[in-house]
Design a binder for this molecule. Structure first.
Ligand SMILES: [Zn+2]
Length: 357
């Protein structure tokens, strides 16, 4: 059962360069005013439906069109927007691009401090609504795919007990890479088939982020299709102890990290939720897949801690936080996607609450 595509605009990673004059000389003679980034974001948010309307019209004609449209505009000393232009775009739609550029010109901002102009570059990210691939029964067995970037999709499956679990589909130039399987082979196969038929790319690999059922439960579907699966050496060894062969070593815990030429980094921050938990970071999209090391901002407790290292876990979270300081979007192993990198702090709070006193 598929829902009709309705537009969604991510207000993320707002690359607002306030008073700077990015193109040097041309702007150098203008007096630079200043305006708080939060105020600029608030005004944009207030008008976002005007830009969303541009996208909805496009979706009606071309389902699954998406992309990032960077608009550069000037806020005059009186708060109006005398000029607005397209800076860059991956949308491939002149209609949406022009519509967004024109919309911004109608907006009014507070007067900048210092009685000067403010130049703003703002990325409007246009993404389709989540698609339900399998509806499930009262939530159980549901399979949903949700874009969080034009090149990254979260796959979310809910088990029979109603526990949702997140993995990713990375859309790379080489093809599709699955980060963690769904709960079961059948659900994983649903995601694989969707990728093939909807994204029109082959599956070129998979990575599992530790050895637990919510990460590796659907390995059989990958093996059947002969999709190469890789993991940390500790995960490969642990799977082997449970009689699971066929997963190759991507890198060793001693090496610490692996820069995958397909456009992401896999990082081992040390033991936390599990001894072998790794995270996957996407520099182009500023997204971190935290897996089960990172709890969702809605999580009330740490979940299953049978294989956890509670004493080492906080440092592991801090290492991820410090390594990707400007990656705004964090995908936890379970629960909603965090757009404001608040999940690290929340995980640390849960760990503090769970610590023996
Ligand atoms: Zn786990």
């Amino acid at each position: 059962m598929k829902r009709a595509p309705i537009g969604r605009i991510g207000l993320l990673a707002a690359a607002i360069c306030g008073l700077a004059a990015p193109s040097g000389q041309a702007m150098a003679e203008e007096r630079a005013g200043s305006l708080d980034k939060e105020i600029i974001r608030r005004i944009i948010r207030r008008h976002i439906n005007e830009v969303k309307g541009c996208y909805d019209r496009e979706l009606a004609a071309k389902p699954l069109s998406m992309g990032r449209v960077m608009v550069r505009f000037t806020i005059a000393p009186d708060g109006t927007v005398p000029s607005s232009e397209l800076q860059s775009s991956t949308m491939g739609s002149p209609a949406v691009e022009q519509c967004a550029v024109d919309a911004v010109k109608r907006w009014e901002f507070p007067k900048p401090r210092g009685d000067g102009r403010v130049i703003v570059s703002y990325p409007f990210v246009f993404l389709p609504e989540p698609t339900v691939l399998v509806a499930g029964t009262k939530g159980a067995g549901e399979v949903v795919v949700e874009w969080i970037d034009p090149a990254i999709v979260v796959h979310r499956t809910t088990d029979a007990q109603g526990v949702p679990s997140n993995g990713l589909v990375a859309v790379t130039d080489a093809g599709l890479v699955l980060i963690d399987t769904a709960w079961t082979d059948a659900e994983t196969e649903t995601v694989l088939r969707w990728g093939e038929t909807t994204l029109h790319r082959p599956w070129v690999g998979a990575i599992v982020t530790h050895d637990h059922a919510d990460r590796v439960g659907g390995l059989g579907a990958l093996f059947r299709r002969r999709v190469p699966v890789a993991a940390l050496d500790l995960t490969v060894a642990s799977l082997g102890r449970h009689g699971v062969r066929g997963v190759t070593t991507l890198f060793s815990a001693a090496a610490g990290a692996f820069a995958d030429p397909r456009g992401f980094e896999v990082f081992y921050p040390g033991p936390g939720h599990a001894k072998d938990n790794v995270v996957v970071a996407f520099p182009a999209a500023h997204v971190v897949f935290g897996g089960c090391l990172v709890k969702s901002t809605e999580a009330r407790d740490l979940g299953f801690t049978g294989d956890a290292s509670l004493a080492a876990w906080p440092d592991a979270v801090r290492r991820v936080d410090a390594r990707y300081p400007d990656f705004q979007t964090v995908v936890p192993g379970h629960g909603p996607v965090d757009r404001w990198r608040a999940a690290y702090g929340h995980t640390l709070e849960l760990l503090r609450a769970a610590a023996p006193r």
